[in-house]
Design a protein around this ligand. Structure first.
Ligand SMILES: CC(C)(COP(=O)(O)OP(=O)(O)OC[C@H]1O[C@@H](n2cnc3c(N)ncnc32)[C@H](O)[C@@H]1OP(=O)(O)O)[C@@H](O)C(=O)NCCC(=O)NCCS
Length: 168
């Protein structure tokens, strides 16, 4: 079967057609496909399963036309720090506001559950993600040297409920 080059063109879709909802077991294959397309290193399937079991309300997917096209994994630590473990959008659907919508949804849920603040780590080279987080009000707090297994540094970025303000 031949694959048309059209299959690789970015898709422009209105956000009104996107549903954001908690992930289920049935979404795992699609989530792992998007993860493979988005990151150099992958989490094992068991980790996604454990995360799903423990964080049902803050592991969210974006669905379009019955297909999962993005996900965000958030959780609340025992000390009430909300944390974003991962976010990715299918490369074909980036630039449509889906990453922002996923982040807004998970931030709302974490703050409603009592998060004192929300933290995340991001590669210092990941300008796109850093821009997204800064647009949402996250601030770079510190550099964590050699945070990633390939030796790259991370920024630890943080958002407070106060800087989230009226959005929640
Ligand atoms: C980062 C990522 C999730 C963004 O998803 P997206 O759906 O394309 O982002 P959005 O369309 O919602 O963009 C939201 C904002 O971020 C900014 N942004 C997102 N990607 C950007 C890029 N590559 N370059 C510059 N700015 C970018 C946009 O300017 C936009 O701002 P605006 O709403 O004021 O216009 C997506 O690029 C991705 O999956 N990347 C690979 C995985 C990854 O790096 N995850 C983060 C790990 S820490």
């Amino acid at each position: 079967m031949s694959v048309s080059s059209r299959d690789f063109l970015p898709r422009r879709i209105p956000l009104s057609l996107i549903t954001i909802r908690p992930a289920t077991l049935f979404d795992l294959n699609e989530i792992m496909r998007i993860e493979r397309q988005s990151f150099r290193e992958q989490y094992p399937r068991g980790l996604f399963l454990m995360f799903l079991e423990a964080n049902r309300e803050t592991f969210l997917v974006a669905e379009y036309n019955g297909q999962v096209i993005g996900y965000v994994m958030g959780y609340l630590k025992p000390d009430m720090e909300g944390h974003i473990m991962s976010i990715a959008v299918d490369p074909l659907y980036r630039g449509n506001g889906i990453g922002r919508a996923l982040m807004e949804a998970v931030i709302d849920r974490l703050i409603k559950r009592g998060a004192r603040y929300i933290g995340l780590e991001v590669r210092v080279s990941n300008q796109g993600a850093i821009k997204l987080y800064e647009r949402l009000g996250f601030k770079k707090m510190k550099i964590i040297r050699r945070y990633y297994s390939d030796g790259e540094d991370a920024y630890y970025m943080m958002l407070t409920p106060e800087s989230w303000g009226g959005k929640s």
